[in-house]
Design a protein around this ligand. Structure first.
Ligand code: NAD
Length: 250
């Protein structure tokens, strides 16, 4: 097993990529705390996972984040891996986005990584190792229409990952992120359902991925297993694109 005896927190773990990552980590021998702003959904997800523990936390609240990290260390007897995966989409251009939506997006998707990072850092430093993994997006690599705040937040996640990698290298704390293409999760299905013609929107998004259609949460979870494992001991500061070829060319 690739994560035997490792102890991990996954945020945004009640659904989608976070839930699948927690499931795969457990299959690889890790103990996992599933955290989400939706505590009852996180509890239901944790109940499906061998040894899974749920701790509700809103990643925009430093007090709740600190309590999450302390609670996870107590519940598992330690902590080796943090996966910052919680995220929300806010659609709009600089012309149409309300300032409150811009602020909310940056808070949930970017500042949260700073908050959880500072919560785990003293523990990782004291024990002399730790892994921080972040869910970024292809929207952080290229411009995307109508995603001004989402794209800015995800680009920020990619470079914050690199900064943490540099700052943590002598400990070592490794920091890496994944840039997913479109993945079939509740977030994407809600977005498609909101379109004027959901079937046409789905076909259009499918066609953007040369390897054939929208990806699965397991495509991303597999990347996180690798980056969390000792197989990736010499990888830090990377942004691993897993997107079915979406950004490979035109
Ligand atoms: N689905 C995609 O196509 C796609 C593509 C690229 C990147 N991503 C990123 O992947 C991550 C997971 O997305 P998903 O598609 O699985 O979405 P999802 O909506 O299915 O899951 C996201 C989870 O985050 C939780 N969450 C939201 N706000 C929170 C907060 N303030 N504190 C704690 N938890 C909170 C939600 O309750 C939810 O369970 C996000 O960061 C998203 O931006 C998704």
């Amino acid at each position: 097993m690739r994560l035997e005896d490792k102890k991990a927190i996954v945020t945004g773990a009640a659904a989608g990529i976070g839930l699948e990552t927690a499931r795969r980590f457990a299959e690889e021998g890790a103990q996992v705390v599933l955290s989400d702003i939706d505590g009852s959904a996180a509890a239901a997800s944790a109940a499906e996972i061998e040894g899974g523990v749920a701790i509700a936390a809103d990643v925009t609240d430093q007090g709740q984040v600190d309590a999450l990290v302390a609670g996870a260390i107590e519940a598992m007897g330690g902590l080796d891996i943090l996966v910052n995966n919680a995220g929300i989409p806010m659609l709009g251009t600089v012309e149409t986005l309300a300032e409150s939506d811009w602020d909310r997006e940056l808070d949930v998707n970017l500042k949260s990584v700073y908050r959880t990072g500072r919560a785990v850092w003293p523990h990782f430093k004291a024990q002399g190792h730790g892994v921080i993994l972040n869910t970024a997006s292809v929207a952080g690599l290229t411009g995307s229409a109508g995603q001004a705040s989402y794209g800015a937040a995800k680009a920020g996640v990619i470079n914050l990952t690199r900064c943490m990698a540099v700052d943590g290298a002598d400990i070592p704390i490794r920091g890496n992120c994944i840039c997913p293409g479109f993945i079939e999760t509740p977030m994407l299905l809600d977005y498609l359902a909101d379109q004027d013609d959901p079937a046409a929107a789905r076909a259009q998004v499918d066609a953007m991925h040369p390897l054939g259609g929208i990806g699965r949460a397991s495509d991303i979870a597999g990347g996180f297993v690798y980056l969390a494992s000792d197989e990736a001991a010499w990888i830090t500061g990377t942004a691993l694109t897993i997107d079915g070829g979406l950004t490979a060319g035109i």
